[in-house]
Design a binder for this molecule. Structure first.
Ligand SMILES: [Zn+2]
Ligand SMILES: [Zn+2]
Length: 144
């Protein structure tokens, strides 16, 4: 028995379903070009988890993978084309897109790659120029 929390999510059409357990390591927004380009949106709302927190509960065979670089295994649904999550093996974390986990209360805590922003957000949260030092970045903060 456990009090561990679990949140249900799915792709846009519902063919792929998953559960994430416990709590994310971090939640926030990424403004980098890769996130913007792949998501076709001005900013990416991310939730980062340890890989074993994520369990695919339906439609695993329906998940496509795209690698532009070895750092990001981008996962999407072969039926609806909706993006689901991206594995970051080097970081030991998986980014499950906040928009595909409606159950999870999204509480952003920081911004990544704010030097590249196309959508300035004056929310008072820390804005990393690139990434925190723990994630291999400069750790430098920039103004809103
Ligand atoms: Zn789908
Ligand atoms: Zn990004």
């Amino acid at each position: 028995m456990t009090n561990e929390k679990a949140y249900q999510g799915s792709c846009f059409c519902g063919a792929v379903r998953f559960t994430v357990r416990s709590e994310p390591a971090a939640m926030g927004y990424c403004h980098c070009e890769s996130c913007r380009w792949w998501s076709a949106s001005p900013v990416n709302a991310f939730t980062l988890w340890k890989p074993d927190a994520l369990t695919i509960t339906a439609g695993a065979h329906n998940i496509g993978t795209y690698n532009k670089t070895p750092h990001s295994n981008r996962k999407w649904c072969k039926t609806c084309g909706g993006h689901i999550f991206t594995e970051h093996p080097g970081l030991g974390l998986v980014d499950v897109y906040a928009a595909v986990i409606p159950d999870l209360p999204f509480k952003p805590g920081l911004h990544f790659n704010y030097q590249e922003t196309k959508l300035p957000m004056k929310d008072g949260l820390p804005k990393f120029k690139d990434f925190p030092k723990e994630a291999g970045g400069s750790g430098a903060l920039v103004a809103e």
